[in-house]
Ligand binder design. Structure first.
Ligand code: GUN
Length: 295
């Protein structure tokens, strides 16, 4: 028996199509499309690729994109000024400041300067706190995408043993909060956890978000478990080719798991779909329209 492949690419395409339809309806009602501003600082190639992909997806969803690219010498004050300008801009429903930011900029201060109602990354302390408190919140896109795939696969998560490997603010912590809200039993494991294989072996649901290539082995996986691999690691193989691998040793885990996300084509495409989803939601709220249904 090999595990079912969870097709994040197909799920993301379906979601993006529904977002595009709802965005068109929004434009009819509001007289303008939903708008997403991106802020890229510096020339990090990976960040540039992500921001470009986000801009392309925004246009494909029929939304307005406002791309800002600042040099890596930008000062804190200049960046805060741009954020405040975007906060005031009525055409802008979502603001995404691509991380990481250069060392002279205090990322926490920049995030705190965002209008929480436009914080489509869900990084502002208000949204972090609302999620932790179980209130309606803007939720970070990657964990939201993971939850979407999990619910499509399993239906209810109530009572399931889940392990989140990784405790980042972008993935691990919000993922754990979402699972708690779904009434799963949640363990957060990380680099200091003792006997990680034993912790993972108990889990019906495994979310791997550590950024270490193929760290989670097949023999750690409980037979039939659902495995969500958030890792995107570039590694050079013996033949000199660069491959993308996840945090899970896929070829091993696929023999044991019940269902598993591939890398690429699993969680990755869901992140951008959820960014558009969050922008659609903030646009409706800001325009005083009823929440779009089915998202
Ligand atoms: N850097 C890595 N992941 C993300 C993300 O989801 N959002 C932003 N803004 N920056 C990131």
């Amino acid at each position: 028996m090999t595990a079912r492949r969870i097709d994040g690419k197909a799920a993301a395409a379906e979601l993006r199509e529904r977002v595009a339809r709802s965005a068109a309806e929004f434009e009819r009602r509001a007289g303008r499309p939903p708008g997403l501003a991106t802020v890229l600082v510096g020339e990090d190639p990976a960040s540039a690729v992500y921001v470009r992909m986000k801009g392309k997806a925004t246009a494909e969803a029929g939304m307005a994109g406002f791309a800002h690219h600042l040099p890596d010498t930008v000062s804190q004050a200049e960046l805060l000024e741009l954020v405040e300008e975007l906060n005031r801009d009525e055409r802008v429903d979502g603001i995404l400041v691509q991380l990481p930011l250069p060392a002279q900029v205090d990322s926490a201060r920049v995030i705190a300067a965002l209008d929480p109602a436009k914080d489509v990354d869900g990084f502002h302390p208000i949204n972090v706190g609302r999620l932790a408190a179980g209130l309606d919140a803007l939720v970070p896109c990657t964990p939201l995408g993971c939850l979407y795939l999990l619910k499509a696969e399993l239906g209810s998560l109530a009572g399931l043993d889940s392990v989140v490997i990784g405790r980042s603010n972008i993935v691990g912590k919000p993922m754990a909060a979402l699972l708690v809200a779904e009434s799963a039993t949640v363990t957060i494991a990380h680099s200091k956890s003792r006997d990680l294989p034993e912790i993972v072996r108990r889990a019906d649901v495994v979310i791997a978000a550590v950024g270490r290539p193929e760290m989670v082995r097949g023999e750690w996986i409980k037979p039939g478990a659902t495995v969500i691999d958030v890792g995107i690691n570039r590694i050079s193989s013996a033949d000199g080719k660069v491959r993308l691998v996840g945090d899970v040793a896929f070829d091993e885990a696929v023999q044991v798991a019940g269902a598993i996300t591939p890398v690429p084509g699993g969680v990755g495409p869901m992140t951008i779909a959820m960014l558009l989803r969050n922008t659609l939601v903030t646009a409706h709220r800001r325009a005083g329209l009823p929440e779009p249904e089915g998202f």
